[in-house]
Design a protein around this ligand. Structure first.
Ligand code: C5P
Ligand code: MG
Length: 258
């Protein structure tokens, strides 16, 4: 199974990108924020409980969120994998997810959309105009959500750095380019079927095998990936085929334009 955590602060584009990614990779999109909003709209018991926190930009208690997520995963066992959007947001949620995915292939990658605060605030205020979401319109709530992200949610990124799963992706610019950066990271996972391969160059022996080495198959794409994404320092120490750390934003833009 391919299990992706789409990570990042509120307004970083997780929902937008998740929608595109689930189509491309035939995965199930699980957005805990959307699940809460569905319950809010239908005035369920869960919705009533969650409202108290969402309206303030606080996190719903782990017990409630984990139960809801677990039920959603267990209700959809026959999928190729999941894209988790907005979950996990705390360390206990991360540990619960790891337990839940133990028999489902584990977390394949955490992809963090890296977007500066000023841009996030601009996007959230803009979104609030059409979404009608109270937590997107009130500047105080927005600011609280950003603080909660930094204090409580960011440690989740480091938790998966230790598991060599975390990757930072520059999340500003053209939606298609950001999508491409994310796709390259998913393509580099074992067992992901790629759309285009360069199998022409591989040896006859390799060509007869259906599952050619992922390394060979994406040589071209890997090169772009190196420049288009930014890795954490922990990543730097990993296998040589992994990308190196400091890639400037401008460089990323230049490369992807080619
Ligand atoms: O993910 P999204 O930004 O749509 O979530 C909206 C709100 O739902 C959050 O600000 C938070 O109040 C709540 N939430 C949560 N725990 C999660 C996901 C969302 O408390 N794991
Ligand atoms: Mg969202």
């Amino acid at each position: 199974m391919i299990n992706i955590i789409l990570f990042g602060p509120p307004g970083s584009g997780k929902g937008t990108q998740a929608e595109k990614l689930v189509k491309k990779y035939s995965l199930l999109h699980i957005s805990t924020g959307d699940l809460f909003r569905y319950n809010l709209k239908n005035d369920t018991k869960l919705g009533k409980e969650a409202k108290k926190y969402i309206d303030k930009g606080e996190l719903v208690p782990d017990r409630v969120t984990i139960k809801m997520l677990k039920e959603k995963v267990e209700a959809n066992p026959k999928v190729k994998g999941y894209i988790f959007d907005g979950f996990p947001r705390t360390l206990p949620q991360s540990r619960a997810l790891d337990r839940l995915l133990k028999t489902r292939g584990g977390v394949s990658k955490l992809l963090m959309l890296d977007v500066p605060d000023e841009e996030l605030i601009k996007r959230l205020v803009q979104r609030g105009k059409t979404s009608g979401r109270k937590d997107d319109t009130d500047k105080k709530i927005i600011s609280n959500r950003l603080s909660v992200y930094k204090e409580t949610t960011l440690p989740v990124f480091n938790y998966y750095v230790k598991k060599d799963c975390s990757v930072k992706i520059w999340g500003v610019g053209d939606i298609k380019l950001i999508f491409e950066r994310l796709s390259l990271e998913i393509d580099s996972l074992k067992g992901v079927r790629r759309k285009k391969t360069t199998s022409k160059k591989s040896s006859p022996k390799k060509a007869t095998k259906k599952k050619a080495s992922p390394k060979k198959a994406v040589t071209k794409k890997k090169t772009i990936s190196k420049k288009a994404t930014t890795k954490t320092s922990a990543k730097k120490k990993s296998t040589p085929k992994k990308t190196t750390a400091k890639t400037s934003k401008s460089k990323a833009k230049k490369t992807t334009k080619k």
